[in-house]
Design a protein around this ligand. Structure first.
Ligand code: ZN
Ligand code: ZN
Length: 451
């Protein structure tokens, strides 16, 4: 069956718009639009039947009948005019008769575009992408239609809509579509009776480093262990195990500057609650979700955060980041070198001479060797129980009192320093306690450097 015969067969049964007619033959001919495809088909059909209807062919009434189908069911104006000039009366075009496949969506793209523009008015973005979710009713109807007329060269209504609406939006917004990482994705939920719009706004990621000067706050917010965050007597109905955290001190200013709905704090590793983070700080990335503003004055934000949290925390080296960098930040946390300063208490008195002998032993045993460290009991609720092999790169020691020493320790990331010193009942081996042959306890710990 020729394409023309198929088109006439379709219009004997249904009214479909020119866009949808063209979509049924999308894979045929390139560098044109579905509208142009549909229009060309109807125009050629009109011309051919017009010519034949004027001929002396005995079947000329069939051609007039074909013209009538194109005029009345396709609502095609050139065919209507041919017949009206011949004095033939035609059924009027009823505005209630809508395209069987799209319900006239493609004739009303401007309305859809305007709805989207209203919806994104207050959102900053450099580029966008149009997506759509046609209702299952529309998709089923189109599938059955294609099967009925054996239409094998069609395109999906979804990609047709996305492209055409993208063109309209692009020219009204003066912004180009972006297919890989759009700042904003405008999703149209399409159905024959209504439509709605959902927005997906790409998160903003900001990299920085933080210092922590307090010994009693965690890196991120912790739910109260008793009520799991719901609020109870034990947590004074805050739902929190700790009153604040590095995350909670940093994020409010970012949230208000971007007008984001929420944020997530990604740390490049973490220190214990009672451990300070000194030196150049620890890398972090803050992810701001559904931001309305994405061009930020990072210098100003850094100043505000630091001014508000003086002596508690400090942030520095802010710059724009990405989702990909969050992954590499998490991955690299285990492999980076870290330098710690540990204040260590000894249960027994140790003379300076013995300390120096033991320090030499420590270096012989540990430096450039691997230790075996089983997950400490105190973190076993959040990390799997296994033995990790870790490297120690450098140890320096300072004798302060017979029961008080200071150690500067450089290690691979992920070493539990407190357990490296006390031995954790044999779970970390060797340990400083083992070498000193007396129980040692890490009283205070600071992170001085993260490479
Ligand atoms: Zn249509
Ligand atoms: Zn609670």
């Amino acid at each position: 069956m020729s394409i023309f015969e198929k088109v006439l067969e379709i219009y004997q049964k249904y009214h479909v718009c020119i866009h949808c007619l063209g979509r049924m033959f999308s894979l045929l001919a390139t560098n044109t639009t579905n509208f142009e495809r549909g229009y060309s088909l109807l125009l050629t059909l009109t011309m051919e039947n017009h010519q034949k209807s004027l001929s002396s062919d005995v079947n000329h009434e069939i051609y007039t009948k074909n013209l009538r189908i194109i005029a009345e069911k396709a609502h095609f104006i050139p065919a209507r005019q041919v017949l009206m000039k011949q004095g033939i009366k035609l059924a009027p075009i009823l505005s209630s008769e809508k395209c069987y496949l799209c319900n006239d969506i493609f004739s009303n793209l401007e309305i859809y575009a305007q709805d989207a523009i209203n919806k994104i008015r207050d959102i900053e973005f450099n580029n966008f992408l149009v997506g759509s979710a046609p209702s299952s009713q529309m998709i089923n109807r189109e599938d059955i239609f294609k099967a009925e007329f054996n239409l094998l060269e069609s395109e999906s209504i979804k990609s047709h809509f996305n492209r055409e609406l993208g063109k309209v939006l692009s020219s009204s917004l003066h912004k180009s579509p972006e297919f890989l990482t759009p700042d904003i994705t405008i999703i149209f939920n399409l159905s024959p009776i209504s439509h709605s719009i959902d927005l997906l706004i790409r998160s903003v990621f900001i990299y920085g480093r933080y210092n922590k000067y307090l010994r009693d706050i965690p890196q991120t917010h912790w739910n109260c262990r008793n009520c799991m965050g719901k609020g109870c007597k034990l947590c004074d109905f805050t739902g929190k195990q700790y009153m604040t955290s590095v995350e909670e001190l940093i994020s409010p200013i970012f949230l208000s500057e971007t007008n984001a709905t929420d944020s997530k704090f990604h740390g490049g590793g973490r220190e214990d609650i009672d451990v300070r983070m000194l030196g150049e700080g620890r890398p972090f990335i803050i992810e701001l979700r559904n931001p309305k503003k994405r061009t930020l004055n990072l210098h100003q934000i850094q100043k505000s955060v630091n001014k508000k949290n003086r002596k508690k925390i400090k942030i520095s080296k802010l710059r724009n980041s990405s989702k990909a960098e969050v992954k590499s930040l998490k991955k690299s946390a285990e492999s980076t070198r870290k330098t710690y300063l540990a204040k260590v208490l000894s249960e027994q008195k140790v003379s300076k001479e013995i300390f120096i002998t033991n320090l030499t032993k420590l270096r012989e045993v540990f430096v450039n060797n691997k230790i075996k460290q089983r997950t400490p009991v105190r973190v076993s609720h959040r990390r799997s129980d296994k033995v990790r092999e870790k490297s120690i790169y450098k140890i320096e020691g300072k004798y302060q009192k017979p029961t008080l020493f200071e150690f500067l320790i450089e290690t691979q990331g992920g070493v539990y320093i407190k357990e490296l010193i006390n031995g954790d009942d044999g779970r970390t081996t060797p340990s400083f306690s083992e070498i000193f042959n007396c129980p040692l306890l890490c009283k205070e710990l600071d992170v001085l450097k993260i490479d």
